[in-house]
Write a protein of this length. Structure first.
Length: 329
């Protein structure tokens, strides 16, 4: 199977919850190795104008192929419709703030089935919800004595509007039920570390249709899997504590997505590549995109991939430090 690709500058991609569980990718699928820039500057230059991005760290792609980007250092969320070359700010602005209409280093984004934008407002230590068409957010959760919340790095929403949040400061993943601003710790409730029941500076998370949680355990160079109710994880990609570039290893895994075959796709930040693990975890990974072994801005290279998502057709969308890429199946 052949594909084509897209490359973009610092941006964010995600999927509507209804599209995630229908993520059907053929086991033999391959992707074009040359990316196409769909947002930001392909030359890697950052900026605050609407044709530019500055450190996009998370993305969401809905079922209409609309792209939402957490433009971290511009303190905003930007939306791109199909074929747009200039984005539209849907919330936040280029200034830092903590009012209901402001953001401070947003690092995670998702869109629920009602079209509301959910933002991990990281440096304000809160999770904000912006109803469809509104630039004024309501706080779903915030750091407090009864709800300790640090730097939120990523969030994921399931079809029940339950929100799964990765907190890298406290090295755990929290679940928030609708209409409840106090979360439940699902993974990493035993302090930062490398044991099976611990995490170390986790970043991305993903929840499949069986409520199995996957965590990109950045500091331990591994991906952990937690079936429903489990307090200890199983390593399904990488080797605990072993950073490297072999296909048995990861170097700072930062985002993870799982298809309905159980195949695990990882943004391997330190190796600037995208790697796939099958359900036979012990055999190691398969490099999917950016397999040259070199970091760069060429169409077949990546520079620090920060996030990855698939759309309903299996196209691969990437956010990097300088480029966002869409790989067409």
């Amino acid at each position: 199977m052949t594909t084509t690709s897209d490359t973009t500058t610092t941006s964010i991609v995600t999927f509507l919850p209804t599209g995630i569980y229908a993520l059907s990718i053929p086991t033999c699928a391959t992707w074009n190795q040359n990316g196409i820039t769909v947002a930001g500057n392909s030359n890697g230059n950052s900026g605050s104008d609407l044709a530019s991005l500055t450190n996009p760290v998370d993305i969401f792609v809905d079922n209409n192929y609309t792209l939402y980007i957490a433009d971290r250092d511009n303190n905003r969320v930007v939306r791109y419709y199909t074929n747009d070359t200039i984005g539209t700010v849907v919330t936040g602005n280029s200034t830092t703030g903590n009012s209901p209409s402001e953001l401070n280093a947003p690092k995670g984004i998702a869109v629920d089935q009602y079209g509301a934008i959910i933002v991990a407002d990281s440096s304000n230590y809160r999770i904000q919800r912006f109803p469809l068409g509104s630039t004024v957010g309501t706080t779903l959760a915030i750091n407090s004595t009864i709800n300790i919340l640090g730097q939120v790095r990523d969030l994921h929403i399931n079809v029940n509007n339950e929100i799964f949040v990765t907190d890298s400061d406290y090295s755990h993943v929290i679940k928030y039920y609708p209409n409840n601003n106090v979360g439940v710790i699902l993974a990493g409730n035993y302090g930062s570390g490398s044991a099976a029941n611990q995490l170390s500076s986790p970043y991305g998370n993903f929840v499949d249709g069986n409520e199995t949680l996957y965590v990109a355990d950045y500091g331990n160079n591994r991906v952990q899997m937690y079936p429903t109710g489990a307090t200890s994880g199983t390593t399904v990609a990488g080797i605990t504590g072993s950073a490297g570039s072999s296909l048995m290893q990861l170097n700072g895994p930062i985002a993870v997505v799982v298809d309905n075959n159980g195949y695990i796709y990882v943004a391997d930040y330190g190796n600037s590549r995208i790697v796939k693990w099958t359900t036979n975890y012990s055999t190691g990974g398969i490099c999917v995109v950016a397999c040259t072994g070199t970091v760069g801005a060429a169409a077949n290279q990546l520079n620090g991939p920060r996030d990855l998502k698939f759309d309903a057709e299996g196209n691969l969308w990437l956010a990097t430090m300088t480029i966002t890429i869409m790989m067409m199946l």
